[in-house]
Structure formats: C-alpha cells, structure tokens
Design a protein around this ligand. Sequence first.
Ligand code: IFM
Length: 448
Amino acid sequence: MLVPPRDSAMWRKEFLFGSATASFQIEGATHEDGRLPSIWDTFCATPGKVLNGDTGEPACDHYHRWASDLDLLTGLGLDGYRLSLAWPRVMDEKGRRNDKGLDFYKRLLDRLCEKGLQTFVTLYHWDLPQHLEARGGWLNRDIAYRFADYADLVSRELAGKVTAWATLNEPWCSAYLGYGNGHHAPGLSDPRCATQAMHHLLLAHGTALPVLRANDPRARAGIVANIGRGTAATNSPEDRRAAHLFEVQQNAWVLDALFKKQYPADLFELWPGTEPLVLDHDMETIGTPLDFLGINYYTRSTVKSDGAHGFVEAPLADVERTQMGWEVYPDGLRQLLVQFKASYPDLPPIYITENGMASDDTVSHGEVVDEQRIRFIGAHLRALDQAMREGVDVRGYFVWSLMDNFEWSFGYERRFGMVHVDYATQVRTPKHSALALRRFLNERRNCA
Ligand code: IFM
C-alpha cells in the first residue's frame, strides 16, 4: 500500500510529491547540438567499466522526447520534477555559452512552469566535461571556480524558471566512487584523491551558492547528499565502532563540513594520512547556510570491524532486497533524519530528493506489475511521516526515478523507474507503482 497514513502532513497540498531524473541517465543525444564529451562518455567507452558495454546513447532519448515525457509526468499528477543540467551541453571549453544546449533546458523548464510544476534543478549530477578532467578534474582546486562560472551562466539564463537549485548531487558518490574505489568515472582508486576531490566538490558548492542567490534571488539554493544507515553486526564495541565509522564516511564527511564547518576527525582514523589540503576560509565557504537540504536514501549496511581501524560489510541473510542487492530498510530513513536533527542545530528544511528501488520489471499484456516498488514507497513514506512526527522538518518527497534509465556502472539492466522504458522501441509504459501514486495524488487533491 503506497498511501501515507490518513492523518499525515503528506496529505496536505503543501507537501510536495515529485519524481527525479538526471541528464546523463536519460537524455542521450551525446553528440548533438555542440554537447562536449563528459567523463561518463569516456568511462563507458573504457572496456569493463560498465555492464554489457552500455553507454549514455541513446538512454531514454529524452533530448528528443522531452515534451511527451513531461506529459507523462503531469499525467501522474505530481507537484514537482527534479532534473539535472548537463554542464557539457551548455558551456564550451573556453567557458562560452552554448545556446542550443541552454535552449533545450529553457524549453523544458518553461513547459514545466506552464504545467504548474515546481522545478528542482541540480547543476552537477556527475557528467563533468572531459576537458576539465584533462586538467585534473575534481583534484584541481581551480575546478571550484570553473563550477562557479557555470553556475553563473545557467542561473542568469534560467532565472525565474527554477523553484530550487541544488549545486551537487551526492558529492560522496563523486568523491568516493569516482576517486576512492574507481567504480564511477573518472575511475581512480586512492583515498587521498577521494578526500581532496570531496574538498573541491564542497568548495565548488560553497562558491556557487552566493552566485545562484545573486542571479536568482527568488529561488531556493541547497545541495543533495546521499545518506546511508550503518548498523553493527554484533553488539561488540569493535563492531559498534565499525558501524559508527561507516556512518562517518557515508554521512558526516559531507554533513559535518556543511553544518559544522569541519571534517570529522574519525574519517582520518579510518584513512590515515588522507587529510585534504584546506586553505584559510574554505570551511567558512563550504558552511554557507542553505535554504534546503536534499536527502537521497536507499538502504542500510550491516558492518563489522575489519580487525584493524576500519569496517567490512557483513550482509544479513533473509532480509528483503532489491534488484541492486540493497536491503529494504525504511526505518533507517527515520533513524538518520532524527539523528541529524539532534546533531546539526542549523539543519534547514529537508526534501527527500531521491528514494526508490530497482526491480527486473517486464511488460506483460501492456502492464508492469511492480508490487515490491509499491510496498517500498509506502513503507518509506510511513517512516518519513514518523520522522516528521518526531519533529524533522520535511517538505517533500521525490521518487527515483520517473522512468527506467542508465544506472551508471550497471548500465540499463537495473530498472529504477515508475515508468518502464523499452530501450529498443523507446515505448514508455507506466508501471503499477506510477498508477498507485497517481491514485493517491488524485485522492489527496479531491480531499483538499
Ligand atoms: O541512479 C542513481 C542516481 O543517479 C543517484 N542516486 C542513486 C540512484 C540509484 O543508484
């Protein structure tokens, strides 16, 4: 059952329901209208990096099908849509505007505004222009200032069309998966690179915030962080410490920087000798107050001590999992939100900017029966409702994702959408979860 409790604040129209996507995962058209190569084009072209050799082409061909995709979105009765801009589409190597790329996003946002949807726009959802990677990517401090130039261009061009700007999507993934273990582009694996990349990502975020505010004062400005619950495999002090360290590197690495203006000391116990180079005032910049915090939550990890300074995963048997192998653990969302409220007095209002699951969905007689997703969303809405009752200020919830799309190193095999995409024909089929969400939103509208 997807519907939140009848007396929940989620039944009020002020609580926003939306769905989310990201440029590289849906757009395709990677060579069109002056778009430059991104690090993900390069990564996909590197043998062995992406399942089945899948690439960002044609993805969901959204670059050409955007108008009908928005009809689909509004047909579901959603209040908002979260999308990201492709940096390589809108700026050339010299930092000059690419009008064709900008026009694509102008048309998209204008149509969303006409339809009365709130627009949540992320500047960076991992598709870094390859020419910046050639200059060191997120390891080069200069990128923070290039990012601010990019923020300046798009916020001047798109001002008035955006409800809320998010600088970065999941800096932990960019830093750790991109530079720490090499599972994501650009594919480096060195914890020293991960901490330095993280510092420059967050510096870029803090440098861009005042630019966004100056150019588009009516929009809100924030960031999107992924969070993970870590629980100890046993009650031993070593395993409890392991669980603590898991959450330090998953959550506090980003949130302490944003809300305490420091990196957690425990992080460098976990990875000795990896302190990034931090200049005077950097942490002040990173800690610039936010209008909102976007939270992406999917799962928890059970961990135990590795016998030294760190942790290793100790997966539980007999728990429900998704196609990603991730445990379904809705209460982790409540637990973390309540913990953050206690730890960070300056926590701004929260939007759940991603939550959802992958399943191996197929179309049969025109229908896609994704009962697990319906249960998953419902259980997370109930956990979120409980967090709100415990005093956490949550303003909205976005399902990841509107439609099946390119799931990074897992290519097209993992399906996160509420709408099924047949990649051979590009036919879209709303799954039962989409229909269930539409029924709830219609009912909510009728009760208003
Ligand atoms: O598909 C991703 C998205 O790009 C970022 N957050 C997690 C999702 C599922 O893995």
